[in-house]
Design a protein around this ligand. Sequence first.
Ligand SMILES: Nc1ncnc2c1ncn2[C@@H]1O[C@H](COP(=O)(O)OP(=O)(O)O[C@H]2O[C@H](CO)[C@@H](O)[C@H](O)[C@H]2O)[C@@H](O)[C@H]1O
Length: 469
Amino acid sequence: MEIIHVSAECYPVAKAGGLGDVVGALPKYQNNLGHIAKVVMPMYRTRFLFENNFEVVHKGAFGLANYWFDYTIIKEANNVTGFDLYLVDIYGILDREKIYGYDDDSLRFTAFQVAVVDWLSKWNHHPDIVHVHDHQAALIPFMMQHCYAYRHLSHIKTILTIHNAEYQGWLGWDKSNYIPHWDPWKSGLLEWENTINPLASGIKCAAKVSTVSPGYLEELRHSANGLEKLFEYERGKCYGILNGIDTDVWNPGTDVYIAENFNAENFKKKKFANKKVLCDQFNLDEDKPLIVFIGRLVGEKAADLLPSAISDSIYHMEGKMNFLILGSGEHWIELQLQNLRGHFLGYYNSQIGYNEKLSHQMYAGADFLLMPSRVEPCGLNQMYAMRYGTIPIVRNTGGLKDTVKDFGGEGGYGICFDNATVWDISYSVHRAIQLYEQQERIDEIRKQIMEIDNSWERSAQIYINLYNS
Ligand SMILES: Nc1ncnc2c1ncn2[C@@H]1O[C@H](COP(=O)(O)OP(=O)(O)O[C@H]2O[C@H](CO)[C@@H](O)[C@H](O)[C@H]2O)[C@@H](O)[C@H]1O
């Protein structure tokens, strides 16, 4: 089967979060199963572009609103990603350093999608499946079925995977001319609550829709940033498929970013060696339990609660633990987290920004990883943490609920809580400290979580079954 994934992110080319991880891994595992999975994404100006070799495979052009865009499709020449990787270059709009955050993002991503569909329409043969990810690619099913120039692609089946339904890519109707000339009788397939809603359009037009965990799919029927009724209506074609992790990239036994490699047999001293390096770097005490947070500093991740939860924990538990934060996001949260450093020298530190290498070092060196998320469609961090013997402290929501069991129950191994509140977080930190004091128990749990198989192998096959259906 030939599958083409369309996404705004793909690790190691360009990644802002979990979407990049999934699109960088799933196609590789689908290829291992004997299929041909390819990825197409925008050609940003990231390091990957300058460090690898490419060949031009197609050149084309299209009109969009009052613009005329020339585009070029280039293909990475040496298969360094483990799948065929195509990048779409559109001069003037996609050739930027960052993935998101520009005023013209709706123009950029709509033009990207038009270029992909235009290119597909020129292929001599057609792929079996076009698999689109999140709202930046979610107009493609509509374009392939209802834009006059591309209707000959309408027999190709499309699937939409929703990594995060909070972001929907809304466009005002004044931007309806961004979409190539389409059948006006079909405008209802673009619309949700009086605007063009790309994510809603993808849900309506794709043959199948998947979310990145079964728990999240269930939640979307009650809380989907305005799309609840649509999820309820389309439930017959929606599936929850749990993400996996790329065990080649996230492997404490071979990870080149960390100070000492380790595995489930020899982790005791070696994991501690990683902790020591991290603590030295951030002026923390390696003899205390180290609790880390890695992620986007936004309300969804409950990052706004971190400053109070950290202060509360350090005061009430008399500084029996250390905290280290890595993240970027809303400016006011970044500022508060920076300011806290002055108050809790030696107990707390933070690095604001995006740092792939440091994230690996933190998964390897930490004792606990905190994820108090209000919304967590799947969550990869908790799975990475477990692979590196770091115990997750998570809120019972979405994919976190599907992947972490509290150590208080039979066979459990994590710390779980119900509410995204300072109180629940502090209480969980208290439980973590108590657990840390029982060295034998904690080592047992570490071994247990390092051996959990969260790799993509199982889920990659579930996607193939879905395509076949
Ligand atoms: N400052 C920083 N420096 C370095 N690395 C950083 C970083 N901030 C985040 N990361 C990395 O980005 C990834 C985050 O993945 P998540 O799945 O937790 O979140 P995200 O919300 O982006 O993804 C969405 O899509 C994924 C994939 O489907 C779902 O799992 C998730 O629930 C959903 O919200 C991890 O690899 C993490 O290490």
